[in-house]
Design a protein around this ligand. Sequence first.
Ligand SMILES: *Cc1c(COP(=O)(O)O)cnc(C)c1O
Length: 234
Amino acid sequence: MNDLSSNLQVILGKIDMASRKAGKSSIKVNLIAVTKTQPPNIVREALNCGLSHLGENKVQEARIKKAEIESGIWHFIGHLQKNKVAEAVRLFDRIDSVDSLELAQEISRQATQFGKTMPILMQVNVSGEGTKFGISPTKAIELAEAINSLPSLELHGLMTMAPLVTEIEKTRPFFAALRECRDHLSRSTGLALPILSMGMSNDFEIAIEEGSTEVRIGTALFGKRISKIAREII
Ligand SMILES: *Cc1c(COP(=O)(O)O)cnc(C)c1O
């Protein structure tokens, strides 16, 4: 087995353990392979290992890879600029980082024009850190309702990133906060919002214990990112 497939086996084992611990062994946690900065041959290798969901955070980078790779379910997980929305709508299967009405409106407009219904997640900043993107939990209901009234958009759930902490256990309240935010939104809007995208390489087990349905993993699968590769392929 090469590194990727053995890393994958380890991660799948941990996902399974964490799901059991959360008492949800029957609910399958979806694994998004975060392929940002990885060259097309590595993306292909990931697909060959049976990974089908891919996470990218730059429109340009995804365009280059998608030109070579036909398969995969592509998730946009980065900060989306308005002038890149048209291309993002064409390239991606879901946009996981919608955090403002302006952005939602533009995605809706472009998706309508393109004749596509765009699945999206709302990114919520549960830690309140100024450096993080995402709507604040207190404004989430208003945005969810606004999104719900826009054409060609489907809100499937919420996404968050926990802050970097020294002790991993300290991420737990942030994941719990996203789950509570979803429950609250669901009750007040009547939307199902089944997806909770939370947990990365260092904290995915805790996220699953707190109700994550989808983890986004890069480093633990592919090893440390070398940003030079990204610059070379762009
Ligand atoms: C890079 C990134 C990840 C993956 O991070 P790792 O620590 O490498 O697993 C997950 N989510 C988002 C939004 C990212 O930008």
